[in-house]
Ligand binder design. Structure first.
Ligand code: NAD
Ligand code: MG
Length: 392
């Protein structure tokens, strides 16, 4: 029996994870569930999955949850705050952690799971983008296993030989081909992008996801973050990671080898596939997702990304090449800019403009001295972005 903590249980990935767990009660039990403020959903999840611990963001939310659980006679212990997130990620009663909090808010708890040597199923790509080498070092120091949940990285993981150790040359890997759907605006003329509304940006053609990652997909910053994520997960340099637009989202990514072979992973676009793969690895379990019917797929298309209309992808490559704290600065500026766009304070194309300005303005350091240093750089970049928005 594997005992699971889900960080961000009420989100899109969290709910999909619980859906897979519910199909296999003989294999998995839930140790802890966490949410920021969606107490009602978390209470329902506690009723169904009976975790030992539930964690919420604030004392008020904790009191509210406690009240509901007491009324229903559910004995889940309720905690709140950032330290409690790290505690349930590192607890000895937990074997595996689904890290599915969105954004930098998930950094410390994802890292806590890595430091505690857990099986870390990483959806929270921003944590790895921010901390890079620090995260990878924590994984190797503790002997944790790191399993990617992001569909592209999970696909790449499946296309690499078992026992692959972050060394492309040793395994004859020539390139990683990261597929991208292109997002909802792939065919939209450049001069209409400033009219894009948050509603349009979050309605993704192929995937149903949280709001932040949906906007990232629309700007293609999601693919940029994924390039950085792939670099850290698989030890592949930026110039060997290529983005290919594949609007059908059937091929989830590919690995190209020096002998000319290209290995791809295919499946219906449903996050329960990578979630089930990571949960059961190296075994396979039913994910609840329909088998792919190749005859119903129609044509598969592949195109080059458009870096003029979607400058965020190049900004991410630039930050990766600059190294050190540059990806953390990029991530912080993006989080603030996306939030401002969702609150209708800035137009869609301004997201990229702000990120570029912040990267130019906030000096990155070559080495990440430690987690405090990283948090400080994140704070400085956020303040710089807020300041730029206030001057618009
Ligand atoms: P979501 O917005 O649906 O859910 C986010 C979860 O994080 C919620 O449970 C929320 O309560 C929690 N949370 C938010 N802010 C928090 C805070 N300050 N403190 C504590 N908890 C907080 O997001 P999602 O779409 O499930 O994405 C989660 C992560 O997975 C992101 O990093 C995203 O990039 C990644 N991811 C998602 C998908 C997808 O299909 N949704 C695919 C690949 C990767
Ligand atoms: Mg992805």
């Amino acid at each position: 029996m594997q005992r699971i903590t889900i960080l961000g249980a009420t989100g899109s990935i969290g709910v999909s994870t619980l859906d897979v767990l519910a199909r296999h009660p003989d294999r998995y039990s839930v140790f802890a569930l966490t949410a920021n403020s969606d107490v009602d959903t978390l209470a329902e999840q506690c009723e169904r999955f009976r975790p030992q611990v539930a964690v919420v963001g604030s004392a008020d939310a904790a009191q509210h949850l406690q009240g509901i659980l007491r009324q229903k006679g559910i004995r889940t212990e309720v905690e709140h705050g950032k330290q409690a997130l790290c505690d349930v990620a590192a607890a000895p009663e937990c074997d595996a952690v689904m890290a599915a909090i969105v954004g930098s808010a998930g950094l410390m708890s994802s890292l806590a799971a890595a430091r505690a040597g857990k099986k870390v199923m990483l959806a929270n790509k921003e944590a790895l983008v921010m901390s890079g080498q620090l995260f990878i070092d924590a994984v190797s120091a503790s002997g944790a296993s790191l399993l990617p949940i992001d569909s592209e990285h999970n696909a790449i993981f499946q296309c690499l030989p078992s026992g692959y150790r972050r060394s492309p040359q040793q395994h004859g890997v020539a390139k990683i081909l990261l597929t991208a759907s292109g997002g909802p605006f792939f065919n939209r003329p450049a001069d209409t992008l400033d009219l894009v509304t948050p509603e349009e940006a979050i309605s993704h053609p192929k995937w149903v996801m949280g709001r932040k990652i949906s906007v990232d997909s629309a700007t293609m910053m999601n693919k940029g973050l994924e390039v950085i994520e792939a670099h850290w997960l698989f030890g592949v340099p930026a110039n060997q990671i290529e983005v290919v637009i594949h609007p059908q989202s059937v091929i989830h990514s590919m690995v190209s080898y020096v002998d000319g072979s290209v290995i791809a992973q295919l499946g219906n676009p449903d996050m329960r596939v990578p979630i089930a793969q990571a949960l059961a690895y190296p075994e396979r379990i039913d994910s609840g997702v329909e088998q792919l019917d190749l005859t119903k797929m129609g044509d598969l298309q592949f195109k080059q990304p458009d870096s003029i209309r979607f400058p965020c992808l190049q900004l991410a490559y630039d930050a990766l090449n600059a190294g050190g704290t540059a990806p953390a600065i990029l991530n912080a500026a993006n989080e603030v800019a996306v939030q401002a766009f969702l609150e209708r304070k800035i137009g869609f194309p301004i997201i990229a403009t702000l990120i570029r300005q912040v990267l130019e303005q906030v000096p990155a350091t070559h080495i990440i001295a430690g987690i405090e240093h990283l948090i400080e750089q994140d704070r400085i970049a956020r303040e710089a972005t807020i300041e730029l928005i206030s001057r618009l």
